[in-house]
Design a protein around this ligand. Structure first.
Ligand SMILES: [Zn+2]
Length: 624
């Protein structure tokens, strides 16, 4: 591993995984077969050869070939050595010298929303009538009859150009609080959406658009009074145009501050998505993962129903990526009562971690800092509700304790892994303080506390993250996206501690990578790991700015960035003994890439494509 204590950890982990497999064997009816049970003389089911295999393993950094039996790697070595494993039924993939890496493991995916955005409506880059009509027509043809089309977030990139600063769009005109952005009209879609209700919104939620059917369901027509707190735009004949306006006072930058009366009006009228639609969305998101080489991921916010969909699709043989599902910290008690702790589940669906949020985000300047924002001297950002109430600690009458800390202490005691969102430097600092108290009270343990985002940290906290064996659950593409305005919001000195991957790594923290897909209304975070590796290695925007990289001293090497996206994320999930590197005995989760990341110009990494993705020995994606 990346640090000296790896071996000690690994031994302990063997024991833990053995226990987990016992549980898995019960769940799956005893289908777990120990690796050593098979004879080495049997031919393999799959051989990948003539490859540049980047193993991320300790002993053999590179190899030419891999042999796989069922779902497990049984050989890593030379192309000639692999020939012994080729039998009459063996599938042989000739990689033609291409790079093969372990399947990517995304540490942070909002899975249900990713599926919704991929399968449903995405208008982020739309700001013309033709595109608007076309996108809605596509979804209309995909969706079951009568299902509502919602979401969209049109004109997002009209304001925030993707990969570049759109200065003009960021100037808010105080005389025109709704801005001069694209406005849809019922003429654009009513012709083909007769029986289909459509309610879509602009990215800033100040403006919504409803088609004729949705207006009818809401009881809005010519001559009807405007609903409470909503302005209905009408044409010269008094006919609603479809545009519905929320009240806006002055220049509002943040969606948090918009009074979303339209959403409140329509909320009770829109039924939840059907099971069939959720299944479609799940399959669509997995298809995307396969196309970009993601073979494992942490699902951070999907509703509980998603777990049952995972189960169903797995039983139907349709699951193509392995998941670790995290319920909210508040749920720790029911988890503990069911015996769910670190390791629970199997190599496809696993539990054992909980998640919490303690501050806001950089995107709308709500992340919590020790000092006020540079561009807004009245604000230091916010704490989330879970920090309150702040009460006397039951352990020590002189100590005050947040609700978060009480829950965290108890969940930790129950053997559950803690993962907590922290963006601003004070949020990260608070968590380091809290972790020190948890260690003092509950004792030293292999707890792998996941500092989610670890976005802006002080020098002291970067050092502490190493001392406390913290996992920095980072999403490097955020750096490419945020560097465009970071310094204007928090200044040069604090920006030095933003996405400080190099210093976190050197301090001894385990730096793990992921995507944070699908992103916010102002930024799209794609599942593609190449964008994250590109960001970590170059520290540039998608358009290649600035020359030489932003705080280039924080760059990682390509090898480190790959490890962060594979082995280190497996470690973050207590799964480094079965995933994360190409070694005998591990799961055969592999990706063939179009180019060799180790030898190419790093500026080109963002455009590298996946040629094939293999999960558990099964080819789940092939280019062309
Ligand atoms: Zn997130």
């Amino acid at each position: 591993m990346h640090k000296g204590s790896g071996c000690r950890r690994r031994r302990r982990l063997h024991w833990r995984l053995a226990a987990a497999y016992a549980v898995a064997a019960i769940i799956t009816g005893g289908a777990v077969v120990p690796a050593a049970a098979q004879a080495d003389a049997d031919p393999a089911d799959l051989v990948v050869t003539n490859a540049y295999v980047w193993t991320v393993g300790d002993e053999l950094p590179t190899a030419e070939a891999i042999a796989v039996r069922v779902d497990e790697i049984v050989f890593v070595g030379s192309a000639s050595g692999a020939r012994d494993f080729v039998g009459s039924d063996t599938r042989v993939i000739d990689a033609q010298g291409r790079m093969v890496v372990p399947g990517f493991n995304d540490n942070h995916v909002h899975f249900a929303s990713t599926g919704r955005l991929l399968h449903g409506l995405n208008l982020l880059d739309v700001s013309t009538a033709d595109e608007f009509t076309g996108r809605i027509r596509d979804v209309h043809e995909r969706y079951a009859p009568g299902t509502w089309i919602t979401g969209g977030d049109w004109s997002a990139y009209e304001t925030w150009a993707e990969g570049d600063v759109a200065e003009a769009g960021r100037q808010v005109n105080a005389d025109d609080p709704y801005g001069s952005l694209f406005m849809p009209n019922r003429r654009m879609i009513d012709g083909f959406t007769v029986d289909r209700p459509v309610l879509v919104r602009r990215f800033d939620r100040k403006v919504y658009f409803a088609n004729g059917r949705a207006l009818e369901i809401a009881g809005i027509g010519p001559g009807t009074p405007d609903p409470d707190g909503v302005t209905v735009q009408r044409d010269d004949d008094g006919e609603p145009t479809g545009v519905l306006l929320n009240p806006v006072s002055g220049a509002v930058e943040s969606t948090v501050l918009v009074r979303d009366n339209v959403a409140r009006l329509f909320g009770p009228l829109i039924p939840p998505a059907s099971r069939e639609q959720r299944v479609e969305e799940t399959l669509r998101a997995w298809r995307q993962m396969a196309e970009v080489g993601v073979t494992s991921y942490s699902d951070v916010t999907s509703p509980p129903e998603q777990v049952d969909i995972y189960r169903e699709l797995r039983e139907r043989g349709l699951m193509t990526a392995r998941v670790r599902y995290r319920p909210p910290l508040d749920e720790w008690e029911s988890m503990a009562a069911l015996g769910i702790r670190v390791g629970f589940g199997d190599e496809w669906i696993r539990f054992g971690a909980v998640k919490a949020w303690i501050d806001g985000i950089m995107g709308n300047s709500s992340a919590r800092f020790y000092e006020p924002y540079t561009h807004d001297p009245d604000s230091r950002g916010i704490w989330r509700d879970i920090m309150f109430p702040f009460e006397r600690s039951p352990d020590d009458p002189e100590e005050m304790q947040s609700r978060l800390e009480r829950l965290a202490l108890e969940a930790d005691r129950a053997g559950i892994q803690l993962t907590v969102h922290a963006i601003g430097d004070e949020a990260n600092g608070y968590l380091m303080d809290m972790l020190e108290r948890i260690v003092a009270k509950n004792g030293e343990r292999d707890r792998r506390f996941r500092l989610v985002h670890a976005q802006v940290m002080t020098d002291r906290d970067i050092a502490r993250a190493g001392q406390l064996d913290v996992v920095a659950e980072a999403q490097p593409f955020h750096a490419s996206d945020d560097m465009r305005w970071m310094e204007e919001r928090i200044g040069r000195e604090r920006s030095r501690g933003a996405y400080a991957f190099r210093r976190l790594w050197d301090a001894g923290a385990v730096v793990s990578f992921g995507s944070d897909s699908p992103g916010t209304n102002a930024s799209r975070y794609y599942l593609n790991p190449m964008l994250g590796i590109y960001a970590a290695v170059t520290r540039k925007t998608l358009t290649g700015e600035p020359q030489g990289g932003w705080f280039p001293e924080e760059r990682l090497t390509v090898a480190e960035a790959i490890q962060a996206y594979t082995l280190n994320t497996a470690y973050a999930a207590y799964e480094e003994d079965i995933k994360g590197s190409i070694e005998v005995g591990k799961l055969a989760d592999l990706v063939v890439l179009s180019d060799n990341l180790m030898t190419m110009d790093p500026d080109g990494i963002k455009d590298v494509e996946v040629v094939a993705t293999i999960v558990g020995g099964r080819v789940v994606f092939e280019h062309e």
